[in-house]
Design a protein around this ligand. Structure first.
Ligand code: SAH
Length: 240
């Protein structure tokens, strides 16, 4: 039977507020599958806040040329501050403010847990070359990067962070069990997975998984997780 998320009445829904020039991109992928069902069930809520509403002049300008010269445009501190302050007036002051940025701390499962355990997040999605440094400091933004590459805007990055957080909210995923063994949760990459059919294109499922011996199965899974982590991500083992 498919899992149907149900709201936990003792807990206020986790709240996501996104500041963006492209609110129409949301919920996008977050409106589907797990995150989408949880959104519908009221386990979390999502609001978007159009930065351009705080733009300047007839053209509602949000950016200007970089001080010191150089290519591209920079999002203005005054405009971003006005957008942040207005969003805070709407949704309250309790949400940590995150600026998606390739210069930020690398996003990890540990950060996803930290954020999912809080009241929610307010996320600023940058565009152009990024945001004036002064507003990052003045509004105490936590900079988070989703990886060592450059996207054309922060919206996809914000969706990545929100998706990773939302699936950790209690009630979103059926059993806590299915979370516990996942890559990164144990400090190891996950062991290989198999399902039916038993034989496929001459390949069979490892015998031990069909043995019904739960102890041997757990040992095999742990050994495989270790083998694959050693091979692919030895850096993960050093912290253990
Ligand atoms: N000039 C910047 C890149 C700007 S990319 C630099 O060299 O560092 C435009 C926007 O996309 C950024 O403001 C940020 O919000 C978003 N972005 C791009 N890559 C990202 C990444 N790896 N992680 C998080 N956000 C990213």
């Amino acid at each position: 039977m498919p899992h149907r998320p149900t709201p936990d009445d003792t807990r206020a829904p986790w709240r996501a507020a996104v500041l963006t020039l492209f609110p129409e991109m949301f919920p996008g992928p977050l409106g589907h599958s797990l995150a989408g069902q949880a959104l519908e069930a009221g386990l979390w809520s999502l609001t978007t806040h159009q930065i351009r509403d705080h733009g300047l002049g007839r053209h509602r300008a949000v950016d200007d040329t970089p001080a010191g010269g150089g290519a591209g445009m920079v999002m203005r501190a005054d405009v971003i501050a006005a957008a942040v302050d207005a969003a805070r007036a709407d949704v309250g002051n309790s949400l940590p403010l995150i600026y998606m940025s390739p210069r930020g701390e690398p996003f990890t499962q540990a950060i996803a847990h930290e954020l999912a355990n809080g009241p929610g997040v307010m996320v600023l999605a940058g565009r152009f070359e990024g945001v004036d440094q002064r507003v990052i400091e003045a509004r105490n933004m936590r900079e988070i990067s989703i990886g060592d590459y450059i996207l054309s805007g922060g919206e996809l990055a914000a969706m990545v962070v929100l998706d990773a957080c939302v699936r950790l909210i209690p009630g979103v995923i059926g059993s806590a069990e299915s979370l516990a063994h996942e890559s990164f949760e144990t400090g190891l990459l996950e062991h290989p997975l198999y399902t039916k059919p038993r034989e496929w294109e001459g390949r069979s499922i490892p015998e031990v998984l069909l043995s019904g011996d739960h102890k041997r199965i757990a040992e095999w899974q742990e050994a495989e997780a270790r083998r694959i982590t050693t091979l692919r991500r030895p850096d993960l083992l050093r912290g253990r």
